[in-house]
Design a protein around this ligand. Sequence first.
Ligand code: PLP
Length: 456
Amino acid sequence: MAKLTRGLPNISMEKLGSLNIAIRRNTPVASRCLWGLSSFQLDHVRSRTYATAVAAKALKDLNDRFRNELNAIKGAGLFKNERVITSPQGVHVNVEGYGTEMLNFCANNYLGLSNHPEIVRAGKSGLDQYGAGLSSVRFICGTQSLHKDLEKKLSEFHGREDTILYASCFDANAGLFEVICSSPDDAIISDELNHASIIDGIRLTKTKKFRYAHRDMKDLENKLKEAGNSRTKIIVTDGVFSMDGNVAPLPDILELAKKYGALTFIDECHATGFFGATGRGTEEYFGLPPGSVDILNSTLGKALGGAAGGYTTASKEICEMLRQRSRPYLFSNSLPPPVVSSAAKVVDMLMESPELVSKVHSGTNHFREGMKKLGFKVIGDPSHPICPVMLGDAKLTSKFASKMQDKGIYVVGFSYPVVPKEKARIRVQISAAHSKEDINRALNAFESIGKELGVI
Ligand SMILES: Cc1ncc(COP(=O)(O)O)c(C=O)c1O
């Protein structure tokens, strides 16, 4: 509008609005409004009006196209409805549309700390001491002592030289590979079922890309041979795969890396804080010393408080180079202080006592054993709290999940394209905060609905 009024000093914004509409509709009001305008002024208004109309048509076309595509997604039963939680995240949540409190079995809140009083207190103290945010990227004026402290704590926790924080692990994955493999002479060899953020990060590179069949060490070896004498070769894998709850065969991967002179990378989002005897993740689960894998990315948005944030932990040279070159780090705001201080408190708690970790393990055993006795097929690593209950058919899965919700058990069904066709499942996630009674309630619901729907 401001541009439109240039050259039309005597026309009020209000009058200009009606003039615009009038010209577009070509009504008699137009002539009334136009009365008194010079031909230059009229041309000016007409050309601006035409440009506005073209822009409006472009937006209308896009909205029309999206409306059709969204209807097709709904028609295929693939539309993701977001349920609205009206309470803090936790094992017991209130969900809009459900009168009673629900028992939550679908959060990544593995340690049950998302709303733990000590973590909330730590977040508040970060807010009080350091403010709401930095209004800056790290290298301009966005680094506070608490960012450096958390990076140090995470390095100690993982037994690495240095750590660099990102706004999310998605960003950490998106910003890593371009830096590590910056030349067409480099090669990335990646598990076909790696997380979307790893796939996107690899896409951004101009390097040679190889995909090996999921956890297939023969295929990985073939791809390493194909990669030949590349300058930098890196094997890339999730530590734990979130849809199946299964674990990358890390000792074999490390063996092949040694044989072919490759680096190793692991995404530990579904392992950090709770997998392995003290929550150090996949290396610890396999009894490997910390630092066996060259580069480790993980999140603060799951077990470590659940707020947000991600990081890369590795050698000091790798982290230093990421600070210089990694685009999501260089061009995005610093993590807010309350998020940093709540995550730091979780790391302190983990270092002080592994009790929470053993609660995840005992809850997982209880659920998996109970489901086995009932006759359900639950896949994944027996000690991992991701427990995919395999139902196969997508419609059956969605019906099963909604009946569970009606009984106050918050679980979600996953079907194609998130998982392969005919492999639909309900993914149950166990948290340290689930009591035995909570888990028994879920088992009872699985039993009665399983019988009702003829699954068991
Ligand atoms: C394996 C894996 N990597 C990366 C991410 C992204 O983590 P963040 O939520 O911190 O961006 C996720 C989150 O779902 C994940 O499951």
